[in-house]
Write a protein of this length. Structure first.
Lengths: 248, 61
């Protein structure tokens, strides 16, 4: 972990790994989409609407996975002051927010034909909505302060405080009586879903994960270059002399 | 789609839209930052090297 605290080393690592991540993303998503839409069987109860599962479940898994990453990165940033941990959290938040929105929206599109409702205030849906607000709050705090370091710290604290929501989301379908169905994949007794559905689902989930990793690397590169740009800008302002300084 | 097309296709379209938008935004930001860095480095390359050696907190490549 501390090997990559050096931004230059991380940038070189990112440059090497990025093309592979991007290629793998495509290699997983293209067959994943084909299987999900045309090969996987319809459900005996839900018919063809079950195909929404192949975008809804990976989005939901990513929503939780990315938030967990942000929480871990925030802890690392606060405890060890690792310079890249803050950047990883900042870079991840919009991606996680996007996946959470997708989980909610595709869930709605699935709920309308299956439950007869676009939305219900059951424990799973409500706690995921709260997760979405936590992401937005994280992004807002990150940008709310003139001093970026304060923003990063505030956002890190929010991320950690909000992490309690992640196990609540996961176990909501067990702890409360919910309209949302219980777990069919990540269960102690193993997946209850048929392999003909499980494999396309796992393909899509891995594709979504690599998609996130690819964009995370891209965004972290941007952040590192932006930091260098800020440093050079401040430097040239200093060189020009005190009368010309106009930095906020 | 057994009558469910009006729900299934918009779900996939929305997923594609959001994910493509995130990708476009990410790469666009990267390009903008790279361009800004190029402009700054072109404006004062010898200065940068001198001050980087002076250890003023600038990030080493």
């Amino acid at each position: 972990m501390h090997r990559f605290a050096n931004p230059g080393r991380f940038l070189r690592f990112a440059d090497r790994v990025l093309p592979w991540c991007a290629a793998l993303t495509v290699l997983l998503l293209v067959p994943g989409l084909y299987l999900s839409l045309f090969v996987a069987p319809p459900d005996y109860q839900q018919g063809e609407s079950v195909r929404i599962m192949y975008v809804h479940v990976p989005s939901a898994w990513m929503a939780l996975f990315v938030y967990t990453n942000i929480a871990v990165a925030s802890a690392v940033a606060l405890i060890w002051r690792h310079p890249l941990a803050d950047l990883a959290a900042k870079a991840s938040a919009p991606l996680g927010a996007g996946f959470t929105f997708l989980a909610l929206a595709t869930g709605s599109l699935w709920g309308k034909p299956m439950w007869g409702a676009w939305w219900v205030w059951d424990a799973r849906l409500t706690s995921v909505l709260i997760l979405f607000f936590l992401y937005l709050g994280h992004m807002a705090l990150m940008n709310a302060f003139d001093d970026p370091a304060r923003g990063r710290r505030a956002a890190a604290v929010l991320a950690l405080v909000g992490f309690v929501n992640v196990p609540i989301i996961k176990f909501s379908v067990d702890w409360w009586s919910t309209l949302h169905q219980p777990a069919s994949v990540l269960r102690l007794s193993g997946p209850s879903i048929h392999p003909d559905m499980l494999w396309p689902l796992l393909l899509m989930a891995t594709g979504f994960t690599l998609f996130y990793v690819t964009l995370l690397l891209v965004r972290m590169k941007s952040e590192l270059i932006a930091a260098r740009v800020r440093a050079l800008t401040m430097l040239s302002a200093e060189q020009a002399g005190p009368t010309s300084q106009s930095l906020t | 789609m057994g009558g469910y097309a009006i729900f299934v296709w918009p779900a996939y379209a929305l997923a594609a839209l959001v994910m493509i938008a995130l990708a476009v935004d990410s790469f666009r930001q990267l390009r903008a930052q790279r361009r800004a860095l190029q402009r700054l480095e072109a404006a004062a390359p010898p200065r940068r090297r001198r001050d980087a050696a002076a250890g003023n907190g600038d990030q080493e490549p």
